[in-house]
Design a binder for this molecule. Structure first.
Ligand code: UTP
Length: 294
C-alpha cells in the first residue's frame, strides 16, 4: 500500500510580475476571488483531500500570508462584541489547527523547482501534495481529492492535466499520455514549453501534483532550465526514469488567476454562483448594457 499523503506544499514566493502594480507590496496569492484570497481556496482544496500539514514557501512581502492563517484577536473580539457570530464562525473555520502550518523561505525567486526544494527539510522522506495557489480549480470533488483517489490505486507520482488549444501549448509543460481512463492513466513523457509541432499531446500540467520525496535530491542538482529558472518539470522528467507517473484529466474548470483574464473570469463565475451575491450582481451587470461591448 502507498504511504499516505499528509503534507501539502504551497509555493508563494514568486514575484507575480504579470499582476504589477497590484503585486508590488502584496503577494498575488492574497488577491481575492469574490471575498476569499486565492491561497485560502488552495488550502480548502487540500483539506478536503485529507491534508493535515500545510507548508508555505514564502518570500519577501509574504508576511501577510502568515497573518492570514493566524488568529486575529482584536478583530475576533470586535466581531463578538457586535454580535457578528456568523462572520466569526467563518473566520475560525478557515484556520488550519494549531501546529499544522509551517513557513519556510525562498530567499531568491529562482523558479518553481527551487521553491519546492526549499520545503525538503519540512516534508522529509514522505510523499507530498503540491498546489500552485494562483491556479484556481472548481471541481466536485476538488481536483486534489480526485488525484488522491488515483494515488490510492496506482501510488507513485500523480499530476493533474487538462486540454488546451494547440495554439497555447508552447506556454506550458506538456505530457505524453499512455492508455488508461481519464481518472488515472500512465504518463509516458513530459516536456516544458515545447514547440507546437514537437508537443506530445494537448494535455498540459496544470498546477496540482502528488510527488515522491526522491524528487528533492534531483532538484538539488537541477541546472537552470527554460527562462533561466530551476524547473520542476525537468526534475520530474529525470524521476520518470525510475518512478511511475500517473495523469488525471480532472473533472472541473480551471482559472489561471496569475493572469488578469483568468482572474477576472474567476471573479465573475464565482460571484454568479453565490446566492448572496448573484441577484445584486446580475442587476448591476444588466445596467451596464454589456451586449454592445461583447
Ligand atoms: P508563476 O510562474 O505563475 O509565478 O509560478 P510568478 O513567477 O510569481 O508569476 P509571474 O509570471 O511573474 O507573473 C507559479 C507558482 O509558483 C510560485 C509562485 O508564487 C506561484 O504560486 N513560485 C514561482 C515560487 O514560489 N518561486 C519562484 O521562484 C517562482
Amino acid at each position: 500500500m502507498s504511504k499516505r499523503v499528509r503534507t501539502a506544499v504551497f509555493p508563494v514566493a514568486g514575484l507575480g510580475t504579470r499582476f504589477l502594480p497590484a503585486t508590488k507590496a502584496m503577494p498575488k496569492e492574497m488577491l481575492t476571488v469574490v471575498d476569499r484570497p486565492l491561497i485560502q481556496y488552495a488550502v480548502d482544496e487540500a483539506r478536503e483531500a485529507g491534508i493535515e500539514h500545510f507548508v508555505f514557501v514564502t518570500g519577501r512581502n509574504k508576511g501577510v500570508i502568515e497573518d492570514h492563517f493566524d488568529r486575529q484577536f482584536e478583530l475576533e473580539t470586535t466581531l463578538e462584541t457586535r454580535g457578528k457570530n456568523q462572520a466569526l464562525e467563518e473566520l475560525r473555520k478557515d484556520l488550519p489547527s494549531a501546529g499544522r502550518t509551517s513557513f519556510t523561505r525562498q530567499q531568491e525567486p529562482l523558479g518553481l523547482g527551487h521553491a519546492v526544494w526549499c520545503a525538503r527539510d519540512i516534508v522529509g522522506d514522505n510523499p507530498f501534495a503540491l498546489l500552485l495557489p494562483d491556479m484556481l480549480f472548481k471541481g466536485e470533488p476538488g481536483v486534489l481529492k480526485q488525484m488522491m483517489d488515483a494515488y490510492e490505486e496506482r501510488g507513485g507520482n500523480v499530476i493533474a492535466v487538462e486540454e488546451v488549444p494547440e495554439s497555447e501549448i508552447s506556454s506550458y509543460g506538456v505530457v505524453a499520455r499512455g492508455d488508461g481512463p481519464d481518472s488515472g492513466f500512465p504518463i509516458t513523457g513530459m516536456v516544458e514549453k515545447p514547440k507546437r509541432e514537437e508537443a506530445p499531446s494537448n494535455l498540459i500540467i496544470s498546477g496540482r501534483y502528488i510527488l515522491q520525496p526522491e524528487l528533492f535530491s534531483l532538484l538539488a542538482d537541477q541546472p537552470r532550465g527554460a527562462g533561466g529558472e530551476i524547473q520542476l518539470t525537468d526534475a520530474m522528467q529525470t524521476l520518470m526514469h525510475n518512478q511511475r507517473f500517473t495523469g488525471v484529466k480532472y473533472r472541473g474548470q480551471s482559472f489561471d488567476c496569475g493572469s488578469k483574464i483568468g482572474f477576472l473570469t474567476a471573479n465573475v463565475v464565482y460571484a454568479l454562483e453565490r446566492d448572496d451575491i448573484r441577484p445584486g450582481f446580475v442587476r448591476e451587470l444588466r445596467k451596464l448594457d454589456l451586449e454592445d461591448q461583447l
